[in-house]
Design a protein around this ligand. Structure first.
Ligand code: SF4
Length: 333
């Protein structure tokens, strides 16, 4: 295949995406990343958008093999923020000029339909933020209630487009169910987000190409491309981390396919010009989703950077990230 022709095509086939993901030569890779960056600039502008995450509960009734929140991880210290703490945190983030907030938890049914609706309603009354939910798979009537309460977006990552691997990672769960939930969310007016994880055990390059094609088929508003990092006390704790370069190629290929869709790196950035964060933001990504949860939830929910626990508050962290973006010479959207 001729790389220059591929990089300028409107639509890419699965074979062409695989070709890009397998690129090896340094000059070819640089050309590929530069083209993705050019498309990002043309379709999304020069800014970087911050969507602040409030992880308000790490309880979960699922058992995904790769995730530290899994129900069988008895060593994880669990926490739940109160509704008032969640609302107050959202106000703090909004006051710092961040216009998009993601409320995220495991599948925690302690937060029932009404509690979540109350939290959404209060945040929308007190701030002007655009509110995304990322609460796992919930009932269709709950999605409807939360939309009426004011939620704008819902993120439900498909994780892998390979149905057999999906069942393996998710204790027999069905990829088709997740996709029908995403389609339902869209029909009732949510903007939807999905995501995959690069480097999961069992994953092949073909699977990643299918992930990108599924993003395109679902016409998601935002996609999050994450790197597999083995979590302690999970069945995958001794597996190898995902390859950062493959992550970068996946972001770039997704930009070539998705054109003006928002693409987020799911980095927990220390400084954004680190190899991981910085290169992602120069290979097609235009969004970062930092965890802005207040650090005092419990011992287990302190932010980690370079292996050290850091007690960094919502305000300090937001300001640090805003400075990092300025240091990259990019604007904050
Ligand atoms: S990936 Fe989500 S649903 Fe699965 S265990 Fe983790 S928090 Fe729960």
């Amino acid at each position: 295949m001729i790389l220059d022709e591929l990089l300028n095509k409107d639509k890419l086939s699965k074979e062409e995406i695989i070709f890009l993901l397998n690129l090896n030569g340094r000059k070819d890779k640089e050309k590929f990343f530069a083209r993705a960056d050019e498309l990002r600039l043309a379709d999304c502008g020069d800014g970087i958008e911050i969507r602040g995450i409030v992880k308000f509960s790490n309880y979960c009734n699922q058992n995904c093999l790769y995730c530290s929140y899994r129900e069988d991880n008895y060593k994880l210290a669990r926490y739940r923020m109160s509704p008032d703490e969640i609302i107050h945190t959202a106000q703090t983030i909004s006051n710092l000029g961040i216009g998009k907030i993601i409320l995220q938890s495991g599948e925690d049914h302690f937060f029932d339909t009404d509690i979540i609706a109350y939290i959404i309603f209060q945040i929308k009354q007190l701030t002007k933020v655009n509110l995304t939910l990322s609460l796992g798979e919930r009932r269709f009537d709950e999605y409807r209630t939360w939309k009426i309460a004011g939620a704008d977006r819902y993120i439900l990552k498909h994780k892998t487009a390979n149905p057999n691997h999906y069942a393996e990672y998710h204790a027999g769960g069905k990829l088709a169910d997740r996709i029908s939930q995403l389609r339902f969310l869209k029909t009732i007016g949510y903007q939807i987000g999905s995501g995959n994880i690069v480097g999961l055990p069992l994953q092949t390059i073909e699977d990643i190409a299918d992930d990108i094609l599924l993003f395109d088929e679902l016409k998601t508003d935002v996609i999050t491309i994450g790197q597999f990092i083995p979590s302690l006390n999970t069945p995958y704790q001794k597996k190898t981390s995902g390859d950062p370069e493959l992550l970068q190629k996946t972001i770039a290929a997704a930009r070539l396919v998705m054109k003006n869709t928002h693409i987020s790196i799911s980095a927990e950035p220390d400084s954004l010009d680190e190899v991981y964060g910085g290169t992602g933001l120069y290979s097609g990504a235009d969004v970062i989703m930092p965890d802005l949860t207040p650090p005092d939830q419990n011992e287990n929910h302190r932010f980690f950077r370079r292996g050290k626990k850091i007690d960094e508050g919502t305000i300090e962290k937001t300001v640090r990230i805003q400075k990092s973006i300025a240091a990259l010479g990019r604007k904050i959207v």
